[in-house]
Design a protein around this ligand. Structure first.
Ligand code: ATP
Length: 786
């Protein structure tokens, strides 16, 4: 379901009544907190109005923290910087030489000395030939170094952003707007401008020393006039350009908001088209564009006012030096060339001391960028420190033998106000804490322990705004299964989030006999990665441990569902380890034969023919890997598209049968096909692809959040049967009562009379009996009384 970036009222009424609603106004300097992917939490705060920091100390501190690490860690960068500084010094030397060459040239001209003039002209031209390359190379190497700095800094930010699910935490908290823009564009601005400004400053310092001597030697009062002129001008420009910092900061955020609105249309094109929400989207985009344009107008006006001043300032100095030294020339005390020389020296010095005036706009933009990046970095650091604290508290302590909660025990009723809670402790009892890079290879099993133990767990929504579950206790032994049922909004998915470590708001303890990498979550709408069919099936690629790879595992029971390519798979030499267009350095995982077999198992074999060498599937397709031959049969069935919220029957058996007849190499080649999977596969197909991922990665614990909601009951039953046979422990969230058949325990959430939720854990034999009793009761109630 596509959620709209606007108020709850707009969400409900869109699109038909959109035009009747009063448009919300942008207030102050809004910063929109923008979740990037999850549509379940599109909390948009249009009223947040934090501007940039105006505290110079904060900005300088952030500047140092952002700017220094590269030069401290990369020694080769320091050498390159030394080279660029050397070239910068050389440009100053060249300028000084030009200054003297110009003086002699114009003096020869004014004295009408033709021989001397020609000689000076040749010297001047030779000076150009030698000097100009210095300027060009300085510019080139400066930009190249800035680019390397950008790459380093972007990778560092990416590491922090993608470490320990920081991206998810930031999205949930809405602390920083548009992280994508900060990483992609603010970093480029930062490195370019920082490099440019630093070298300009250096140049200015050297220039100042070199040309001050020249100017002072020509005429000291001229030097005094220059100092007076530039100091006054700098003070005036700082006062006039003060508000440019805020305007630039806001402009960055509004441009990003607008771009993000466009990205969401691209990502949700089909939903919008089904809703007929074109007008709504247009209005929203126009509103965002308007916000960007009106701020830009403010920026233009502020720049215009500043330009009045800086233009006068710039043009006046063309006359000033000549006017000051002209009396000396008239008195015959200096040559004509000296007027030119003093003009040139004056300009140089003035440029140096007027740096703030000329660069005020760049400085304002730069300070906004420093602020945005510093804020981003600080938010990530704070989140990682918080995670480290939680991890430290969760990692310690031996496995305590907690009391097993007997089936049938009931939880207390929820109260409405959330208390200040210390946070949920998540313990990975069988290994080091997840998030540590090598954790996949380290596993100390705890025999006889439950795979999941939940102890006095209270879950609240992020920032504690809503209390969901209270004092939940339950255990899931290895190889067992738990079904979580309850009304919509009761907190079923939130419980899975807590188990997966995504939510830590609340209190209590969750103990897992697995690493984080051994827990796999299957959402209702699986995330379709950009890449080939193989990439889809093997996502997420992580190191396998404990012989858990399919290569070393016994093959999955096929239950006779699909013969597929099971006995006729391509040899591992022809299509062995997964090669992928997207994940070039991925670790070893299941080979192509295994991927093909599992695709058949989840009844996605038809994709191999549809997208195979002779199929065209209706989607925009590119090949991820070339060179595979094909003699597979083509059984084009047309592309499926749609967000199909209903269930999907297994209408693809003929395609599946056809895929079985495709040659192994052709089928393997089909794994290389790259397509826009999110829009070209039906929701049911996407869910089955999610199951394929699950079966291929063989986690210890699978969390299934309505993972079969779009499938028919037969397919659902087959998939659960395969899952049961695989030995994977699983917890499902679902609404269908037929799911009870495939689970051993039930966690039932029910609304209580007081408006809260009560929980109840029971074995499913009991649950089935209660269900039958309830059904009999309601049937009896419906019977006409005699
Ligand atoms: N990021 C969030 N911030 C604040 N509240 C949230 C957030 N995510 C979910 N909620 C709220 O928490 C409550 C429980 O949500 P959850 O998704 O766990 O419900 P559910 O039982 O899985 O519902 P359904 O059956 O409809 O999927 C809901 O009221 C929801 O609005």
């Amino acid at each position: 379901m596509m959620l709209h970036l606007r108020s709850l009222r707009d969400q409900c009424l869109r699109p038909a009544y959109f035009h009747r609603l009063p448009r919300p106004k942008w207030r102050g300097l809004p910063r929109v907190a923008q979740p990037q992917r999850s549509e379940s939490s599109l909390a948009v705060d249009l009223t947040r109005a934090d501007g940039p920091s105006t505290d110079l100390r904060v900005i300088l501190d952030r500047l140092v923290k952002l700017g220094l690490p590269y030069w401290q860690t990369e020694s080769s960068a320091r050498w390159k910087l030394a080279g660029v500084v050397g070239l910068t010094l050389a440009t100053t030397a060249v300028s000084v030489v030009f200054n003297f060459l110009g003086r002699d040239f114009f003096t020869a001209l004014s004295e009408k000395d033709e021989v001397q003039f020609k000689y000076q002209l040749i010297k001047y031209l030779a000076g150009f030939a030698l000097g100009i390359p210095v300027f060009v190379f300085k510019g080139y190497f400066q930009s190249k170094l800035a680019l390397e700095w950008r790459q380093w800094m972007t990778e560092r930010l990416l590491n922090d952003y993608l470490a320990g699910r920081t991206f998810y935490g930031l999205q949930q908290s809405g602390e920083v707007d548009n992280p994508d823009q900060r990483i992609a564009s603010d970093v480029a601005n930062f490195t370019d401008t920082a490099m440019g400004l630093a070298l300009t400053l250096l140049n200015a310092g050297i220039d100042l020393v070199s040309f001050s001597g020249i100017l002072f030697s020509i005429y000291p009062p001229l030097f005094a006039a220059l100092i007076f002129y530039s100091v006054g001008g700098t003070a005036a420009s700082v006062a006039l350009g003060k508000n440019l910092v805020t305007l630039n900061f806001t402009q960055e955020a509004r441009e990003a908001d607008f771009r993000y609105g466009l990205v969401r249309i691209r990502e949700n094109a089909e939903s919008i088209a089904f809703y007929g929400g074109d007008q709504d989207e247009k209005e929203l985009l126009k509103q965002r564009l308007q916000a960007a344009v009106s701020n830009y107008l403010g920026l233009l006006m502020a720049s215009r006012n500043l330009d009045f001043f800086t233009s006068f300032y710039r043009y006046l100095i063309q006359l000033l030096p000549a006017a000051v030294v002209a009396p000396l020339f008239f008195q015959g005390k200096i040559d004509f060339g000296v007027i030119n020389q003093s003009q040139s020296a004056f300009n140089h010095i003035l440029n140096d001391v007027s740096l703030v005036i000329y660069q005020i706009e760049a400085l304002a933009g730069f300070s906004a960028v420093v602020d945005r990046l510093g804020e981003f970095q600080e938010a990530m650091t704070a989140r990682q420190e918080q995670q480290a604290r939680l991890a430290a508290s969760g990692e310690t302590g031996a496995v305590a033998a907690e009391a097993v909660v007997a089936a049938g025990q009931k939880g207390g009723e929820l109260e409405t106000e959330a208390e200040a809670l210390p946070g949920i402790q998540l313990r990975f009892l069988s290994s080091r804490m997840a998030g540590e890079s090598s954790s996949c290879n380290e596993h100390v099993g705890l025999s006889g322990q439950p795979l999941l133990r939940v102890h006095d767990l209270t879950v609240v929504t992020p920032r504690g705004s809503n209390l969901l579950l209270r004092d939940l206790n339950l255990e899931v032994p290895p190889g067992s299964s738990l079904l979580v049922m309850g009304p919509s909004g009761a907190g079923k998915t939130s419980l899975l989030r807590a188990v997966a470590g995504l939510w830590s708001d609340g209190c209590g303890r969750i103990e897992l006999g697995a690493t984080r990498g051994e827990v796999m979550f299957l959402p209702q709408r699986p995330y379709m990665v950009l890449g080939s069919l193989r990439d889809q099936a093997l996502y997420p690629r992580r190191c396998e441990d404990n012989g858990n790879t399919l290569a070393s595992s016994p093959p999955l029971a096929t239950d006779g569902i699909a013969t597929g390519l099971g006995g006729d798979t391509p040899s591992s030499s022809s299509s062995s380890a997964p090669t992928s267009s997207t994940f070039s350095s991925a670790p070893e995982g299941p080979d192509d034969a295994e991927v093909l077999r599992v695709l058949e198992l989840v009844q996605l074999g038809h994709l191999l023919t549809r997208y195979g060498p002779h199929g065209h599937g209706g989607a925009s397709i590119t090949r991820g890997r070339s060179g595979a031959d094909s003699n597979g049969s083509s059984n084009e069935n047309g592309s499926r598209s749609g967000t199909g919220q209903g269930t999907e029957s297994t209408s693809t058996k003929s395609e599946g049968a056809a895929s079985a007849s495709a040659s192994p190499s052709a089928a393997a080649a089909a794994l290389d096909i790259v397509a826009d999977w999110a829009s070209s596969l039906s929701l049911g197909e996407q869910q089955r692809l999610g199951w394929a991922r699950l079966l291929l990665s063989r986690p210890k614990l699978a969390l299934l959040d309505e993972a079969t909601s779009a499938l028919d009951q037969d397919t659902e039953a087959r998939l659960y049967k395969v899952l049961e046979e695989s030995g994977i422990t699983y917890i499902s969230v679902g609404h269908r009562s037929t799911l009870k058949e495939f689970h051993r325990t039930l966690l039932q959430l029910r609304p209580s009379g007081a408006g809260g939720i009560v929980w109840e854990v029971r074995g499913l034999a009991d649950a089935a009996a209660v269900g039958a009793a309830e059904a009999a009761e309601s049937a009896a109630a419906r019977l006409p009384t005699q």
